[in-house]
Design a protein around this ligand. Sequence first.
Ligand SMILES: CSCCC(=O)C(=O)COP(=O)(O)O
Ligand code: MG
Length: 224
Amino acid sequence: MTEWVVLDIEGTLSATDQVLVTLYDYARPRLGPWIDEHGDDPAVREAVAQVRELSGVAGGTDELVAVLHGWMDADRKVTPLKTLQGLIWQRGYAEGDLVAEFFPDVVPALRKWHAEGVRLAVFSSGSVAGQVAFFAHTTDGDLTPLFEHHFDTANAGPKREASSYLKIASVLGAEDPGTITFYSDVPAELHAAAEAGWRTVGVAREGEPHGGDDFAPHRTAAAL
Ligand SMILES: CSCCC(=O)C(=O)COP(=O)(O)O
Ligand SMILES: [Mg+2]
């Protein structure tokens, strides 16, 4: 029977600081110029409309950027913010400004699973565009051929709701949800996946924000 492994990124595959410091610092000063220069891009137009709707802000770019920076400071994984960040990071990776790094156990584990026929997918708050760029430009080269699917809060839904995991299982074509294992560093995400019938592994990495969390009743591992 086909086995799937679905992976979270931040805190599970890569250090939280790589997202919250390196990537966020890269995106912060570029959000305003990106909105102004890509206003004709339907993805940007939709993201801006969503920011306005969610925040109630009616003003120009400066006010939108203040909202986006506020969400980043509070680490709110709001879909339109992730869309705009993902577009900026996509260009950053393509231009060589950014390179994705992983915890040392990650790439060997991904390659081993893939070689054994375990099918791999990603479910992250980071947009699919950002995810694909991230895995295409890593210190270990282009890892995109290892993954068959990418899911985010736009195409699957919130990571803390079981309905998102039910939707992903249906896209994967997994009739038995018990053939899917989800790895994450966030207990609430694991609870939602388990509610959808998935197997779950809490990744408790030393030094990471969730490294000391209580992952019960989920299986807990210090690495993949
Ligand atoms: C280029 S991938 C960026 C990942 C990201 O933006 C993020 O917020 C990570 O959240 P996760 O759901 O993977 O913990
Ligand atoms: Mg995470």
